[in-house]
Design a protein around this ligand. Structure first.
Ligand code: SF4
Length: 207
């Protein structure tokens, strides 16, 4: 699969250019990774803005702030009660262990593989390829992977790609971009897709 995955990366990069992901810097990346669960980035931005206005994008404030106040500030991100607790737990961890490993992140209630890997890849610059529902969708339609196993697909990417941090960061961002504007959940725009010459879904549609 090595050649296919590199060809896909090159085609997407040529089409969309560098994505300069993840938005924000430092702690904001980790907070954004928690807030973006089950919502779109616009809602996350609103919540981050509220936290910024309250001078609360730092460990000190997030540790001290009452949970009810935190819920209020991040309300726009949805599921704000659950997310406020997840944030508190994450901040607790970061305050005693500023560079947690994957296992430590996964031990936080509600933090799954995708969120943990996004924090590791974009905040701590660890080479952990991030898989999400967009990755599954695109790989499935291309006919390259038909399972639903996060760790298995992550391993396929990591075994196939050069061991390069920027490539991992950029590739995930490009897949998200492609899924949002071209390989959409319903009615993918295959006619305009740079991957349509190697896509199983597209060839079935054209039979
Ligand atoms: S050709 Fe269609 S289904 Fe295949 S990757 Fe492109 S948009 Fe998705």
């Amino acid at each position: 699969m090595k050649e296919e995955l590199l060809d896909i990366y090159n085609s997407l990069f040529e089409k969309y250019g560098p994505q300069n992901w993840w938005p924000g810097e430092g702690l904001e990346i980790a907070i954004g990774a928690v807030l973006t669960q089950q919502t779109n980035w616009k809602n996350v931005e609103k919540a981050l803005l509220q936290l910024k206005k309250a001078n609360c994008l730092n460990i000190d404030c997030l540790k001290k702030i009452p949970i009810e106040k935190l819920e209020e500030l991040i309300r726009s991100s949805g599921y704000y009660r659950v997310k406020a607790r997840r944030l508190k737990n994450l901040i607790e961890l970061l305050s005693i262990n500023p560079k947690p490993d994957r296992l430590a992140l996964l031990a936080i209630n509600g933090l799954g593989d995708e969120t943990a890997d996004a924090i590791l890849l974009y905040l701590f610059e660890k080479k952990c390829f991030v898989i999400d529902s967009y990755t599954f969708r695109i790989l499935n339609r291309l006919g390259l992977y038909d399972g639903k196993n996060y760790l298995e697909l992550q391993q396929i990417f990591m075994d196939s790609l050069p061991n390069n941090l920027q490539l991992y960061q950029e590739y995930h961002a490009l897949l998200v971009k492609h899924a949002k504007i071209c390989c959409t959940k319903n009615s993918p725009r295959c006619g305009n897709c740079v991957l349509n010459n190697c896509c199983l879904y597209n060839s079935k549609q054209n039979k």
